[in-house]
Each structure stands twice: as structure tokens, then as C-alpha cells.
Ligand binder design. Sequence first.
Ligand code: GAP
Length: 443
Amino acid sequence: MNKTIDNIVSLCKRRGIIFQSSEIYGGFSAVYDYGPLGVELKNNISKFWWKEMTQIHENIVGLDSGILMHPSIWEASGHVGAFNDPLVDCKKCKSRYRADEFSDDFSSINWNEIQCPNCGTIGDMTEPRQFNLMFKTHVGPVQETGTEAYLRPETAQGIYVNYQLIQGAMRMKIPFGIAQIGKAFRNEIIARNFIFRTREFEQMEMQYFVKPGTDDAILENWKEKRFIFYSKYLGIDKSKLRFHKHGDNELAHYAKEAWDIEYNFPFGWSEIEGIHNRTDYDLSQHEKFSGKNLSYFDQPNNERFLPYIIETSAGLNRMLLTVLVDAYWEDIENKRIVMKFDPMIAPVKAVICPLTKKDGLPEKARDITMKLKSHFKVIYDQQGSIGKRYYRQDEAGTPFGVTIDHQSLSDGTFTLRYRDTQEQDRLSLEQIISIINKSVHPK
Ligand code: GAP
């Protein structure tokens, strides 16, 4: 099967899922736009995550904090000082690389012996230089006198600086969590693999505030829950998922322990979500920089402490890429490409097709569309042969097809076609609604 990123990129363009940003201007590197089906798919995934966090867990509440925040936050968090990528340049062809692409232990590399992957020159690489990944901007009318600010590189800090307000307002008792979905920005030097690593992306982060000493067990618990989220709830092929534990040289500056959930993409095993024990690093840094006491008062035990934080941090775009890659299926026998999205997250749940454009079939099909669209997202399609219409929707991942034919006019039954098997059943409208409703709601 040709499950390559190139094939997935072209399907996404063809079906209105994802487009390169600013295409008519020649493109804008490492930014992507989500088309009509892409935005539905992305929203369905993020709604599902949101529900899993803030509805299923009674002790997790939501937040939507600003992208721009007080610049001191990024000094406190360590991002001004430590959020750097080590870069090397080929002096000959000017290609730029992340030093860790050559070796995890790049500090002990002899750069004079390294060959440029682009031009092949040996010994013309610069020593690694640190490059900060945050985008800077200016707040205020005049650049020179305005305050320098950053576009947030992670959503997490918005949660930390609001944690006490939320805890007080919602009377939260430890352990409790705060979840947030929002854009984050990183000036990635080497952006590649479609929407895997981009400069503008969305994170879905949940910060769980716990009593120190309970952190190790709670981290284990979240690891398990997050794995099940992918393997069971999102229906991702379990054999393509695994954990990777960060070694000492990989750990972020804030982490005591960190695990990635990885997926086996066409370009290899890569991180889709991180689960981190951030200890009290962030809160103690914000205490230091803000001068505010951020401790939590545990009433039953009459004690005060700075909570530890267990973080689950997923990229929405990477989760979407995982879903796209996992769903892609070339049905060789039937000469079609099918996106086997779980009906729960499929952008469109059913296509409604009149068999022909005459004899009152379009009118009846319009009527059915009206009735179905109050239950779930459907589209009406009368363009082209019925086979072509089905195949178009197979590529778009639409799980059901409802066809209106002459028999429908006389006995009120319709054909329900199933995307993956192409089997068909003759059913009443009520039966069709019940089948689709059952499959589009989370298991
Ligand atoms: N708050 C912790 C944090 O931001 P991270 O490992 O740097 O940790 C978490 O990022 C997740 O955000 C990653 O697992 C990935 O899914 C997503 N992510 C990070 N950088 C990204 C980028 N440049 N493009 C797309 N997604 C990205």
C-alpha cells in the first residue's frame, strides 16, 4: 500500500481537508490552512478531547487564556533562557540543520568530520549555535517604545498563572486539572512532514495539580488513560502506538520524568503527545518572578504546599495527522481510496443521493437531507454516477451513504451503504437515523 505522506497530502488537497498556506503566493512555509472537511475533522477531534477531559472527569475544568501574556511569564518559565534549538550551518551551501539530527549527543561530535546531507561537503559545518524558538512581537503603537511580547510557545503557562483564580472560583480540591485548547507558535527551523511540525499549531493540554509524593503514581495513571484514548476511543491501530521514555539528555528543562506517546508514521516513530512530571518547577518560578504566594491550602490536613504538576500535552494537528495516516486505506480490489475515519470524528456522517435527477427523486432526497441534518452533519450530492459519488465520499471518509430510488417513493425505504464494506441495507428513515446516531456517539 502506498501510504506515503505525499499521497495523504494530495488527498487532503483534493478533498478540501488541508491546504498549504498562502498557496497563490507560492506558499508560506510550515503553516497550513484547514479546508471545509479539515476544520470539521479537527473540531470533532478537539471536541472529543475536551469532552474526555472536562465532562468525563468531574475534577477537570476548562480555560481559554490569551496568546499574548506578560513577557515575564516566559522568563519565569525558562523559555527565554532555555527554549533553544542547537543549529549548525553548512558554510558551503548554506543549508541549516538541527545539530541533534546528526547525533543525540551532538556536543561531542567533531563537526569538522561531518558531511553536509545537501551538498556532500565534509568539514564545512559551523559549530552548533543556540536559536530561540519563540516569536517576538511588540505591544503598543510605537515599536521602539512598546513592550516586547511573545506569541506563546505552549498553552501550559496560561494555566499556571491562572491556577489560583480557578481553584478559588471553582472551589477545586487537589488533585484537580485544568484543560485548555489553543494556538501555540514556535519558530521551528526545520519544519517538515506536512502538519507534523509547523510554526503555528494547536495544543490540547491538561495540567493536573497534585500533592507532592503522589506524583509518580498519578503520572502512571495518566499514561495509561492517554494511551487508551488513542488505541480505544480514537480507534488508532494499537500496533502503531508505543511509549518512549525520555533519557536524561532529552528531558525538557522543567521535567523530572517524561514519556511520549509515539505513532509509527510513514517517516518513522514520532511523538504525538507528551506526558510530563513538571514537579513544582513552574509554580515556584512564577512565585519567584511575580512575588505572589502560589501555594495551596489543604484544609482537611491543615497544611500548605506548592502542588506538583502532571501534564498531558497533545498537538491537535499531530493527532489529526495520526488519524489521517491511520485511516488511509487503498482498497486495491475495488480501485478506491478510503479514509476509514471512525464515524464519531468523520467530517460528514452521511451523503444523501437521489439515484437519478428526475421522477421526483431529488425532491425526496432534499426532504430526507432536511430531516437528517438536524441529527448530524450530512451533505446532499446529485452530481455524477452513483458509483462516482460514493467513491468521492469514500475518500472524504463519509461512513454512510443514503440513496433514494423509485422504491423509496412508494414504500418509504432507502438504501443505507456502508463505506468500508460497501454493503447495503434497505431500511426505513427511523432505522437509518438510529444506526447512524449509534455510531457517531463516543463508545
Ligand atoms: N507544554 C509542554 C509542551 O509544550 P512539547 O513536547 O514541546 O511539550 C507538546 O509539545 C506537543 O505539542 C507535542 O507532543 C506535539 O504534539 C505538539 N507540538 C509541539 N511542537 C509542535 C510543532 N512545531 N508543530 C505541531 N505540533 C507540535
